[in-house]
Ligand binder design. Structure first.
Ligand SMILES: [Zn+2]
Length: 392
């Protein structure tokens, strides 16, 4: 009985086409070992004090689960893995990992493109699936500033440009956690306040600073502008690269803003969340419009990710959990993020089946919600504008 449950639930979860509600693009080039390791995590790999990342959870997860996709034995040595990768070339490697991930729909954050990447349409085409864009709020504000604007016109110009940019997008994203932090003013700022803050920013740019949005009031204004457009708002929360100050990326700092926005009924998506995933789960329980995921953490945690998925599911209502890979650059990360999440979720759900907490059909239904159904409902993907792939 136990064996049958295990096999049946695992194959059901493995075959579900997932909605990856937060990811980026894939590199269009081959990489050497240094590049490869630096892109495995968001850590800085420079200098002699930086040990190889193959000796970490993600390094071992990569060798265990990615090697077979390149026709290698599991646990192949790093050198052999990288050699095989180079032989196949980036296009074939990308094709294999995107297919292996089993993603049906990508929601792609197009706001971070340090070099040319495969975009939403190409990701969708690689798997015969769909894709939709998520527009980065701060990028839109920075484009308005870079284009030259008067402080008194800033709010209106941002509203117009954002409405235009999101006409075919299904959501927006705030990276306030990377800038001024998540302790944002909760009330919707008046245009006069926005003009004062924009004036300070424009003066800095005039004095030679880059057009980098980094102001609590302006981040709040951007979030409210997204809400006014009815677009679900994603927030970067928790771990990221060394630019993120983790002390200011705690989701509890968003509590006043969540309280102030709840009555609007526009979903707020807390991304990543680790190591604050239990706090995020609490917010998803108490606020009707808050959803959570474990993107980025899942593949970074490797074999430890199942435990953390269990922790996220301690308090979070199952209808409030979304799946994301937060994959960027390396196609391996789409596969690893998806595979480890499927495995971890299956493990948590199976424990409940085996101790009689829920039935196997319950477990299958919950898996379907978390891997796809919750995102389809929260982003309105059933009725969303045509996918990027269709718009080419
Ligand atoms: Zn991301």
């Amino acid at each position: 009985m136990e064996g049958r449950s295990r096999l049946s639930l695992r194959s059901t979860v493995d075959e579900l086409l997932v909605v990856d509600h937060h990811c980026h693009g894939v590199l269009r080039r081959d990489v050497d070992r240094a590049d490869f390791e630096s892109m495995l995590t968001e850590g800085d790999r420079r200098g002699p004090l930086s040990p190889t990342l193959f000796d970490s959870q993600i390094g071992y997860a990569l060798r265990r689960w990615c090697a077979p996709v390149l026709d290698l034995e599991p646990r192949t040595a790093p050198e052999e893995y990288l050699q095989r990768r180079a032989e196949l070339g980036h296009a074939e490697v990308t094709r294999r990992f995107l297919r292996a991930a089993g993603t049906g729909t990508y929601l792609v954050d197009t706001g971070f493109v340090p070099e040319p990447l495969l975009g939403p349409a190409e990701l969708a085409e690689a798997v015969g699936g769909e894709s939709h864009e998520i527009v980065r709020l701060e990028q839109v504000a920075e484009q308005v500033v870079a284009g030259g604007v008067d402080a008194s016109r800033f709010a209106e110009d941002v509203r117009e440009r954002l409405a235009d940019r999101t006409a075919t997008a299904v959501g927006v994203k705030s990276i306030a956690a990377y800038r001024a932090g998540l302790d944002l003013p909760s009330e919707q700022p008046a245009d006069s306040e926005v003009a004062v803050a924009a004036g300070r920013w424009l003066a800095d740019v005039e004095a030679g600073a880059g057009p980098r949005c980094n102001d609590r009031l302006l981040h709040s204004f951007l979030v409210w502008t997204g809400i006014e457009l009815g677009k679900p708002v994603q927030f970067h929360v928790g771990l990221g690269d060394s630019d993120a100050d983790l002390r200011r990326a705690n989701p509890l700092l968003l509590t006043p803003l969540l309280r102030a926005t709840q009555s609007r009924g526009v979903p707020i998506m807390l991304l990543h969340n680790y190591p604050f995933h239990r706090y995020a789960g609490y917010l998803a329980q108490v606020f009707s419009h808050v959803f959570v995921d474990l993107g980025l953490a899942t593949h970074n945690l490797g074999r430890a990710s199942g435990r953390v998925i269990g922790e996220l599911l301690e308090l979070t209502p199952f209808g409030k959990v979304l799946f994301s890979s937060d994959a960027f650059g390396l196609p391996e990360l789409y596969h690893l993020g998806t595979l480890l999440f499927r495995r971890g979720l299956t493990g948590v759900l199976l424990e409940g089946v085996l101790d009689g907490s829920w039935t196997e059909p319950d477990a299958e239904r919950i898996a379907g919600m978390i891997l796809a159904g919750n995102a389809i409902r929260a982003y309105g993907l059933d009725s969303a504008c045509p996918s990027s792939a269709d718009r080419r």
